[in-house]
Design a protein around this ligand. Sequence first.
Ligand SMILES: *Cc1c(COP(=O)(O)O)cnc(C)c1O
Length: 526
Amino acid sequence: MTLQTIGRPTRPEGDTANTGFKSLTGARGLLQDEPLIFELGGWSKTGVDIPAAEHDASDLAGLTRESIPLPGLSEPEAMRHYVRLSQKNHAIDLAIYPLGSCTMKHNPRLNEKAARLAGFAELHPLAPISTTQGALALMDRLAHWLKTLTGMPAVALTPKAGAHGELCGLLCIKAAHEAAGQANRRTVLVPTSAHGTNPATAAFVGYSVQEIAQTDDGRVDLADLTAKLGPHVAAIMITNPNTCGLFERDVIEIGRLTHGAGAYFYCDGANFNAIVGRVRPGDLGVDAMHINLHKTFSTPHGGGGPGAGPVVLSAALAPFAPAPWVVSGPDGLRLVEEAKDEAARAFGRMSAFQGQMGMFVRAYAYMRSHGADGLRQVAEDAVLNANYIKARMTGIMTPAFPDGPCMHEALFDDTWLEGTGVTTLDFAKAMIDEGFHPMTMYFPLVVHGAMLIEPTETESKRELDRFCDALSALAAAARLGDAERFKGAPYLAPLRRLDETLAARKPKLTWRPEPIGVAPAPLAAE
Ligand SMILES: *Cc1c(COP(=O)(O)O)cnc(C)c1O
């Protein structure tokens, strides 16, 4: 048998015809060769069947379009196109999605059910407040849970992603410094291992960025931090657990030094799933931290939905939080929207309306269905799963920081690939042939050829074993000198090895149809 042009390959195990590829684990790669709907459809067909109009005289005085370049497909053709597309994408609903730092975890269906309740799903952002009391109550309860879990007194719900939350936090910090006559603080300190959004956000706000060195055991270098703090520093931005998957043990001291120098402590909370229910960032001296609801609180992301990045704030920053927020008054709940009274010092707004309501509902449903004890177990299981992978793969791959346990993600470097002719990129591509989504590659930058694996708490031991078995089998193949299987990978994806640099630098974002008015030639044989 040969590869089908659509669907999954059907070659039996061990058949090396065509590609030279031999599956090690029985899993087969991703096939994603489905034409654009415009290339698929002809122009002469339509999926609807309506009787000709009785009066088809046009009032458009000769401006009627002769043709509209929309693809013509019957309903089953359109249906199949989208279902095939949905099957050709890797998704968290298909298998483990071990992308480090991204917390690709199962999205519980209960959350989806709650988000589809008409009272939430069909709400208009400008509906009269008296008709939206339930939605406001949900936002208020969500805010309460976020403040309780983080030990912080205030939260801004509106930011729509982690990076947007970073922007919100830094704008609060900027406003606080300006209010204190400290506008001359123009520098933000960021560790070398930081996620790219941290320095990008600081630069976007107009700060200059200075790097803090890292110690050999993957933590912030306190001596370097101390040397770089000073009256010019507005804030530090630190991720905890950090992007090496390690807890910053000196976090209290980091906060103390930072505050001692008159700067604020921004914590990147993308990894909050590793400590939720166990550690409150407010107790660690954090002044502002975004929480990716789409990571820690399981709302869909990575092609599955928009994000939400609420920011919790310390008492010092709370007065500068952006509008709106929910308060209760004599007539029930209402939104504080205007920059007066209690919002007089708000730095402005982050979005036109109240934020991502659908994500609020999902995250709140997740919190309530887990409860406080369940959320604590989320963190414990996320850390346990990552350590299971670290333990199983140590000796086969080389952990970047072998001493002690990791938090919610296991980080490996490429020392173990030395002499094999296989790079981190080749190895990741070969994982696609085994039916796995690759881990995060080459991040954090401080680790050579980094491979960052985050299993999350929602994977079973069985799935973790399946994943580790595939990694082990691939590692054995690399050691045996089967470089071709890696260099040419992925074999089981119709587009094979893509030029990712070109795609990032010169993306083709538009599909150009034939000029409007000219009936395009049929694209597919009909
Ligand atoms: C995901 C992530 C971000 C950015 O969050 P988005 O929601 O993707 O904007 C920032 N920092 C870290 C460490 C992350 O993992």
